[in-house]
Design a protein around this ligand. Structure first.
Ligand code: ARG
Length: 459
């Protein structure tokens, strides 16, 4: 005899190793709440279709409430036959309400049930992650505003390039997160589609009202093809992509912060609460918070890759391979959430050292401004670039800064520079000269902050 829910056509049970290999209760138990939510709505739909009396519906629903209460109070007792959350809940419901429990699964399959559960669960998690992202972006906006007066070197190829504002650097990491926020909203719409009422694959034979079922569960749409509804995990893959890209963004931010908080840079200092020490070197304070964010981006991308490969070879419709969709999703939600929370806390509390950013701002970073000065006086840019380059070479061979070249040197470089370059080699002037939208002037920074905050309002 086989005591599984599907045991009727089986003579014996599976070997213990097969049970261990096949059972998903260890990880899908976290779906208990949405599984019960789905069953509550399904019981009502069966009532609406005339398959259950009003009394049976309310018996089932109050029984499901009791099952939920057991999970809530951590008193739900698992049995060896509970291979997954769906069978566990139905088994317990039967124990609590008797044979009417056997009517709940009418026309339903675990195939449409699990797809429904997972979408309900993911929708809630997306809403929580939306809040996490907003929180982090808000912190970044506040720190950017506070540190708007700090100039720092901007880099290309990790070589000092041109001066920018600290706010500009920080917000350059906030905008990708705004796009992540927008993307998450778009993914949510495709998650929020009802599969229930698709049966095992061929649809529900009992004329249940799927529109009403969707409305009861807060779904915005009803799946159009029952085979697709039980087969597709596009919504999970899309979510994993959104998470992967966002983790890549966080990893890039982390990389900058790790570099900027190293001693030769010293632009940033993380709070103790987001750092750890070395077991050997007493002086060490390491940016582990951001190293872990950078490191964990790998496993999230791995989850995306893993699911895509699981999906790739599947024939229609449901296949047990699909059970492999859950762990990558669960792990990714927890990892992304953790990364967002830690990044927000660490950025809110890190110290920015403007003395250290100033210390590495050599005036070769203003060579472009020299060329631009010539351009403003009618010299073609290619020629101006050449002249400014020659000025750098001259200063470099003499071991001087640009500002230390004599008026006669400038005159020898180009007649237009004969009057000297007074006021030109100034970091603040350079920042202010880029007053275009998206630029480094203070006005442009404030416009940018305003746009960022408007995006947060809108999304
Ligand atoms: N635990 C299974 C899963 O996660 C539930 C669906 C099982 N369906 C089936 N036909 N065996 O996919």
């Amino acid at each position: 005899m086989n005591n599984k829910l599907w045991g009727g056509r089986f003579e014996g049970g599976v070997v213990p190793a097969m049970a261990a290999f096949s059972d998903s209760i260890a990880f899908d138990r976290r779906l208990w709440r949405v599984d019960i939510q789905g069953s509550q709505a399904y019981a009502a739909a069966l009532g609406g279709a005339g398959l259950l009396t009003a009394e049976e519906v309310s018996e089932l629903q109050s029984g499901l409430d009791r099952v939920a209460a057991e999970w809530e109070s951590d008193t739900f007792e698992l049995r060896p036959s509970d291979e997954d959350i769906h069978t566990a809940n139905e088994r317990r419901l039967g124990e609590l309400v008797g044979s009417v429990a056997g009517k709940l699964h009418t026309g339903r399959s675990r195939n449409d049930q699990v797809a429904t559960d997972l979408r309900l669960w993911l929708r809630d998690e997306i809403d929580a992650l939306h809040g996490d992202l907003r929180q982090l972006i808000g912190v970044m906006a506040d720190r950017a505003e506070e540190l708007l007066g700090v100039a720092m070197p901007g880099f290309t190829h990790l070589q000092t390039a041109q001066p920018i504002r600290f706010s500009h650097w920080l917000l350059s990491h906030a905008w990708p997160l705004v796009r992540d926020l927008e993307r998450l909203g778009q993914v949510r719409a495709r998650v929020n589609v009802l599969p229930l009422g698709s049966g095992a694959l061929a649809g529900n034979p009992f004329a249940i009202d799927r529109e009403k079922l969707a409305a009861a569960l807060g779904f915005e749409a009803v799946s159009a093809n029952s085979v697709d509804a039980v087969s597709t995990r596009d919504f999970a893959a899309e979510f994993l992509f959104a998470a992967s890209l966002s983790m890549v963004h966080l990893s890039q931010l982390a990389e900058d912060i790790v570099i900027h908080s190293s001693q030769p840079f010293g632009f940033l200092q993380l709070a103790d609460a987001y750092s750890t020490g070395s077991s050997l070197m007493p002086q060490k304070k390491n940016p582990d918070s951001f190293e872990l964010i950078r490191g964990k981006s790998g496993r999230v991308a791995g989850s995306l890759t893993g699911l895509l490969i699981t999906l790739k070879g599947l024939p229609r419709a449901y296949n047990r391979d699909l059970q492999e969709d859950k762990e990558p999703l669960f792990d990714t939600v927890a990892t992304w959430h953790g990364a967002l929370e830690i990044a927000a806390g660490a950025i809110a509390t890190m110290e920015c050292r403007s003395d250290r950013t100033a210390a590495v701002m050599d005036d070769f970073m203003l060579a472009t401004d020299v060329a631009e000065h010539l351009v403003r006086r009618g010299v073609p840019f290619r020629q101006a670039h050449h002249v400014a380059g020659a000025a750098v070479r001259l200063a470099e061979t003499r071991g001087l800064a640009l500002a230390e070249l004599e008026a006669a040197d400038w005159a020898s470089l180009h007649p237009t520079l004969a009057g000297g370059i007074a006021g030109l080699l100034d970091f603040e002037a350079s920042l202010e000269s880029r007053d275009v939208e998206g630029g480094t002037s203070e006005r442009a920074q404030r416009t940018q902050l305003e746009r960022l905050r408007q995006s947060l309002e809108r999304l």
